[in-house]
Design a protein. Sequence first.
Length: 726
Amino acid sequence: MARPLPAAGSLAALSLAAALLTAAPAPAATAATVLPTGLATVVDAASGKCLDARGAATANGTVVQQYTCNGTTAQQWSFTDAGGGYVRINSRNDTDQVADVADVSTADNAPVHLWTYGGGANQQWLPVDEGGGAFHFVNRGSGKCLDDPGASTADSVQFVQYTCNGTAAQRFQVTPVSQNPDDPDLGPNVLLLDPSMSSATVQSRLDSVFRQQETNQFGSQRYAVLFKPGTYNADVNVGFYTQVLGLGLTPDAVNVNGAVHAEADWFQGNATQNFWRGAENLSVTPKNGGDRWAVSQAAAYRRMHLRGNLALDDGGWSSGGYLADSRIDGQVNSGSQQQWLTRNSQLGSWTGSNWNMVFVGSQGVPATSFPNPPHTTVAKSPVSREKPFLYIDGSGKYQVFVPGTRTDSTGTSWANGTPAGTSLPLSRFYVVKPGATAAQINAALAAGQNLLVTPGVYHLDQTLKVTRPDTVVLGLGLATFVPDNGVTAMTVADVDGVKVAGVLFDAGTTSSKTLVEVGPAGSTASHAADPTSLHDVYFRVGGAGVGKAATGLVVNSKNVIGDHMWIWRADHGSGVGWTSNTADTGLVVNGDDVTMYGLFVEHFQKYQTVWNGNGGRTYFFQNEMPYDPPSQSSWMNGSTRGYAAYKVADSVTSHQAYGLGSYCYFNVNPSVTADRALEAPDNPNVRFTSMVTVSLGGTGTISHVVNNTGGPSNATTNVANLVRYP
């Protein structure tokens, strides 16, 4: 485990860092004991690629290279004790062949290849445990580390030895190759934890992932941590792009004694940037009676059972989250949370309010009292489906459970034991792993396979086409699709029952017309009996780099269910600016009878949400207008100042929405004004309940809440509430 260093920037810090990196490794006998005893894959942290024997060859001189992980025996290794804590690294294809520094060299950049083991010090490696299954390997002959030269990410790069420096190019994730035929290969970024592991091993692996991900807001690393059924003593701190989930059919199949939590320590208690993470399908018995989930957008806490209290902040601001299908035995305290949606959950009690707290189909929650306090409660969820999830059945087989549709429901789906739904064997899924191409994924879809997308970032040079009814696309660890060359990332045909869950669509540098389209334009079929549903599906334009898209999501099909979505034009990060990460609209709904729970849409340059279909329903809407209009003239909708956050088209005759919040923070030009937050036809069947606008810090103005009613929110009156319209 890495030792803490002084604050960066001082000579003392740099000197101590150098000393630690070049110091003799920790006693190796302890480190070696935590290496897998059987076969393992060895993945370089800088490239995400596997240690590989080139061409699966076994001859002396075979290059030891990095290559996209593919599950072949050329990428499987074993470790044999060589004495003194050192090991030899054996190729599976010929265990007499080991990783060897060529010519017994002690020089930097000396190549590593396979050679018949002869007891040489250049064939022995000291595995130094970095926690979480990660190691660096120090050659006994040279004292130098196994290294990916230049931190290259290319295939076929030969490994070398190099002076140990503590970089990711010298850190390797060592993952056992399961000898249980029922344990699938879920790629290099899935940590599979078993209750038979020691608590120290479990904690070490959890800590290693968290250390890497705590502040890694726009990095490319993705992780899923899977807990097999059983009991664990662990502190599970969840960072960016990390999903922790249990593999039971109900949450109580996995119990964590300790904590499963999200903190804002990295941002001085401010949780307004705690995005892109999730906790699912676990039960937690907290040591101190309570746990914390201090998050903002894209951070679902679902299908959880917490035997205690839950805090939703960390002392500073938090900006909204999503609690669904969960049981909290104690009290939920929203603290400084600005807004929150609780759906189909059972709480001991709730305390706290700020601007917009919404409860749908839940028990133990406050009654409607908006705006004092701003609680809005809807007794039942009219139509809903829970997110599909991976689990292990009673015979040890891995399956994906697909919950059924519920109507007029309250409480959790699992309150009475086994939930209603269907189990699909993993054999019916194409397991998408890093390196998979769009052509390979489309071939699997065309062959009738579902998709289980393991953690990674996948660039798409063609649109993923989902055409078969009831197809499941389930992402693990915030699996991310990036459309290249302006293509649409995914289209879904106008068919019954498609489920898309747990994926992030990240716009590419060439503008896409649309990132995702559900149903082609003009779709008319009814899917009331088996609706398509989107669960924890997130969209991002900019932030990790320049991204562009005209529209995030277009829903043309009828009866679609949205179950927690964040559609975000980035306001911070890389590639951010009024003319850089350009994007007009977050969401366009053209289909009739579409229902959205937990809709977060932010910072687009025109309308945030446009609703053209009839019979639409939204339960909780959260929005921030674009921060960055450089002038009023650059942000005009004809003669109207700015664009509404939520636009219901003039042609719509029926629509209802509960708990809507829209905020402005025109920090580039505080004189900018939006004439209204919500815009809709004057029709008694187009109804809004519980609306709030906020001028954050008085920076900018929203003149009216809906049409010409309510408001303003400005430097004088920051918050404006409207109970109903019309």
